[in-house]
Design a protein around this ligand. Structure first.
Ligand SMILES: Nc1nc2c(ncn2[C@@H]2O[C@H](COP(=O)(O)OP(=O)(O)OP(=O)(O)O)[C@@H](O)[C@H]2O)c(=O)[nH]1
Ligand SMILES: C=C(OP(=O)(O)O)C(=O)O
Length: 223
């Protein structure tokens, strides 16, 4: 099957609590801005993916809601308020609905490129499929075909948990997709890969990088 037949769902924690393992990578006063910049770059790439027709962001954060709406995503409140997996199930199974093909991904993929997400979605078969993070232990993308509950198992060891729940592993050369940012070391890695304009621009403003490499998706209006 081809075409823009996917709904993407991205959960985003309240920015005041988000990316706690990344605290200290920038001045504390700019930490929320960094978390939001990564969300913006992720959403920018997902909105630009040719296989995606709708992007839902599940969040209770007002600044994140406004920012993603300006990028073309639809923000919905995190009604369950019960953590990452509940937010994903809510967005994918209740808001998007089981009749859609759904893909959930984290909001901390600032080097994501639209074409690599498109390739991963192209490779997703019937049932459920997932892409493991660069370390091979976590998960960056989980998909569910129409009619199939998402059944997410994000958290520590989620790659093994998704495999055990009979989701199919997708493999490909998708460095931006596979590098989520949890720590300052991850941030250096995605900058080397080519982070998007929001993350790159903030770090440049802060004098932490002179240049962000050649990659990334430019900021700006979409589609
Ligand atoms: N809506 C919602 N999103 C969440 C929740 N917990 C995590 N997320 C989002 O899920 C994605 C992956 O989560 P993590 O990588 O653990 O990010 P994080 O929780 O901000 O990071 P740490 O504080 O360092 O654990 C990110 O986009 C988070 O914003 C939650 O309770 N509700
Ligand atoms: C949520 C996950 O991990 P992290 O919080 O380390 O990004 C995961 O990989 O399932």
């Amino acid at each position: 099957m081809s075409g823009a037949d996917w709904t993407a769902v991205i959960p985003v924690k309240r920015l005041s609590a988000a990316k706690s393992r990344l605290r200290g990578a920038v001045l504390d006063a700019r930490h929320e801005e960094l978390a939001l910049a990564m969300v913006r770059d992720t959403v920018t790439a997902v909105v630009l993916c040719a296989r995606v027709s709708e992007v839902l962001v599940v969040t209770d954060d007002p600044a994140a809601s406004a920012a993603v709406a300006a990028l073309g995503a639809r923000a919905v409140p995190d009604r369950p308020g019960a953590g990452l997996n509940a937010a994903m199930r809510f967005g994918a199974d209740l808001v998007a609905g089981l009749s859609r093909r759904r893909a959930v991904l984290a909001g901390d993929l600032p080097a994501l490129r639209p074409d690599e997400l498109g390739e991963a979605l192209e490779a997703a078969g019937p049932g459920r499929s997932f892409v493991a993070d660069a370390a091979g232990t976590g998960t960056v993308l989980l998909t569910a075909d129409a009619g199939q509950p998402l059944d997410p198992h994000f958290g520590e060891g989620s790659a093994a948990a998704h495999s055990a729940s009979l989701a199919r592993t997708l493999t490909g050369s998708w460095p931006g997709l596979r590098h989520d940012v949890d720590t300052a070391a991850d941030l250096r890695t995605v900058l080397a890969l080519g982070a998007g304009e929001h993350t790159c621009g903030l770090l440049r403003d802060l004098g932490l990088v002179a240049d962000c490499g050649s990659g990334g998706v430019p900021a700006g209006p979409h589609r």
